[in-house]
Write a protein that binds this ligand. Sequence first.
Ligand code: LR7
Ligand code: MN
Length: 578
Amino acid sequence: SKPDVQVVGILRKAEQNAGLLNKSDPHSVKTQIQVTPRLRVQKVEPSQAKPAPVQKAGGLHKVMALDVTLKPRDARAVGQFGQAAVAPKDKEAEVQSRWNEGYFNVYLSEQIPIDRSIPDTRPALCSEKMVHDDLPTTSVIFCFVDEVWSTLLRSVHSVLNRSPPHLLKEIILVDDCSTKDYLKEPLDKYMAQLPKVRIIRLKERQGLIRARLAGAAQATGEVLTFLDSHIECNIGWLEPLLERVYVDRRKVACPVIEVISDKDMSYVQVDNFQRGIFKWPLVFGWSTLPEDVIKKNHMKDSDPLRCPVMAGGLFSIDKKYFYELGAYDPGLDVWGGENMEISFKIWMCGGEIEIIPCSRVGHIFRGQNPYKFPKDRQRTVERNLARVAEVWLDEYKELFYGHGYHHLLDNSVIDIGNLTEQIQLRERLKCKSFKWYLENIYPDMEAPLVKAEGLVFNLGTRKCLALQNRTLVFATCDLSNQNQHFSYTWLRLIRQQALCVVPQGPGNRVSVEPCDRTSTNQRWLLYTNKVMAEHIIVESSPRRVCLEAGAKADGIYVKDCFSGSNLQRWQFTHVYAQ
Ligand code: LR7
Ligand code: MN
């Protein structure tokens, strides 16, 4: 059969890519059809559609006016007004020696007043915003393990000083089995003098996820507000968060997270329009909303910003709603991944995550965790992420595993634990698919389901790979023939339905086997035009082997990669990712 015109185009493109096409040949130009690989498979505009403003019965008021400046007890104190602090020359050694107590400047933190003032960094328009008079109360939950004394206290005081008392039901400190003596009796004594503060002591180290669950279980406020234990809440931080939860209990509100410098403890304002996003393999990050999206949606710097994921540590959520969502997966250990879990859960099960620019909280970003991981840190985090991927990512979990987490597919390497309850929860809540989430909440994320697909064209034989009766053969390229369609997956398999190409067979021949995600033998590396077996080294050739066509298109082999022959050059119709 004659290849159709589209296929000719693809072949020309392949030849051109391979440098084989003589561009000055008018014939080749005439027959050439541009086949642009679809690098993005989705629309790219982040969704910021604004729902109509909600107003409930009851009065409204403005959040504390912007011209209110706190009058600090000691205006000349170190670090006052959020200014950078400097250690005297003769204290530099102490700065160094105490750094590892918290992986920030612990010495300076101790010199700074426990109730210092910080600059009011809210956008000017926040002074116009109204909030309801009858907002719900909140329980503020701080989990900590081996937190530095001065930062823990400053966190608590910032909440007490900058929250309207009638909205602050209580502050719950959850001690996740700290090892430091100063966090035992001295902390009990100190906190006993303060109003509203309670301490819960965990008998065993639970990790921050189960520590938060323990705090939430004791909370009596209508809204839960989680905070890290090295933060400073800014002026007027609380009401704008509670307002969002109040107008819609399925909104989860996050403050803008500003930076308290780990080096000089200065309070640093961050840029506007920063969304929480993730990249593969589920790595949290910030991304500035593009200018045109801001313009198109007429967004002001004080408007709530819809976020695909939250950073994790700082947010307010309706308590009942938190439990309706099944809270956190209690199988997540120590640190990491819970922000992905709760974010996917919120969006996919009918809620929303917003960053509220009129609420601002400073956080010390530390270079290292100042506490021990009971098990290996890396292993703990990747296990948590694998749990999240298995429950929430559907077919997209291959993108997670395919970005450096292949080893997690092998159950003998890592036991991610039982997921039955989490899967049942997702069914019970009738949550939407991950595909829906990507398309509607995070459309600017690149998430092609396979790395490459289509015909597999061999440049030497100018024929295409085909599967006939479970045997690999060559055939005249024909896009309409499903036997010639292969995918190159994130797990690095070359797959046609349930069958995968394997570099094993009699006489270095290549064959197919039922696909097995855990089998390293089935994995291939796709370089520009080369297809290399990832793990197989054929004995007759002690080097890496590559897919090679028989010279007369009479067989498919693996041979030493360094032949340079066109018989080893291949081209997929569509390449989405390398
Ligand atoms: O085993 C533990 N038990 C705990 O109680 C480990 C930690 N904790 C406490 C700890 O003392 C701290 O108060 O949990 C809190 C968070 O731990 P951090 O400060 O070490 O975490 P982080 O700030 O490095 O990391 C971010 O991601 C985490 C993923 O699990 C959590 O979601 C953190 O809350 C989160 N912090 C933020 O979102 C602040 C902004 C960071 C960014 C971006
Ligand atoms: Mn933190």
